[in-house]
Design a protein around this ligand. Sequence first.
Ligand code: 1HN
Length: 350
Amino acid sequence: MAENTAAREAYYAKVAKLDVSPLWTTRLVPPRPEDQVRSVAHLWDFDDVIRPALLEAGGLITAQEANRRVLSLENPGLGGSHRVLESLYAGVQMILPGECAPAHKHSPAALRFILEGQGDAWTAVAGEKSVMRPGDFIITPSDAWHDHGHDGEGPYFWLDGLDIPMVATFGPMFFDHYPADRAPQSRPSGDSMARFGANMRPVNERWTRLESPIFSYPYERSRAALEKLRTAQEWDPFAGLKLTYIDPTTGGSAMPTISTFLQLLPKGFETKTYRTTENTIFSPVEGRGRLIVGEGDKQRTFAFKPRDVVAVPCWVPHRIIADEETVLFSFSDRIAQEKLGLWREMRGNA
Ligand code: 1HN
């Protein structure tokens, strides 16, 4: 940094009043992500922390009153800015039997990953109702009306992931309440899966939206795919067996701003150290293991179990040890970074 003489200091004070600043006194573009990224790797414990905290909220406020009874995951490095990582929002939502999370829509896109519950919780997205079961991945696209309900017994919990910080960077934030609790159903349940989920599509129907027309990806099907592929023994040393959820009409990412994945790591599998520019949120579905992040004296080990949420920021080296057979759901900003030409990875310590 250049030496600050009295004359320079006086100059800086003067130009500050002109709505300009001298670039040469800043580090606007630091050399590496670690000089830029403020979020830290972090684990939110579901069973001992998030779940009881949400149950307590259940005694204080209804889903209707709260609109959405969600505890937002606040990254400790981001000072309460409602971000789980630089570019992503995440929260855990709870709904109780008989409750209504009323219909609304917004420009940020959302995903849900169902963590726990019994019986029939459901979400209605753009006029089609779908059950939500543990392990299901569900998309609520930008600007689609959606409401949630639960006709079963006991609490239902799911992970919400949204691209709110990306939308906030650009500004086009829109939010509307539907004039009634429930938005009308315009299509029967299973309609989108029948139209686009059977490796077919209606012959004269073109899908032109940016997100997948399949808005529910049941766990049973995704898990069965992993199980079948296990026999192929094509283990990626950096990821085990990892599948990404796609839009069947394009083969590309199921969502235009958030990438989503399900991966299998057999018992004893240890991935090699990997880094990527994408900001990733993991949530184990099955199995226990350890996520080891950082290097040297900054290395930390997060022991995970099903339903925990672990955030790994951009360019933080990490590896996973599966102490039991492990299935991990994850979502990241990879697809957004790819579209902007920013995404990189480093396999090993190159
Ligand atoms: C939202 O609309 C939902 O619809 C969940 O369930 C979490 C977090 C921030 C903003 C909107 C939902 C949300 C949200």
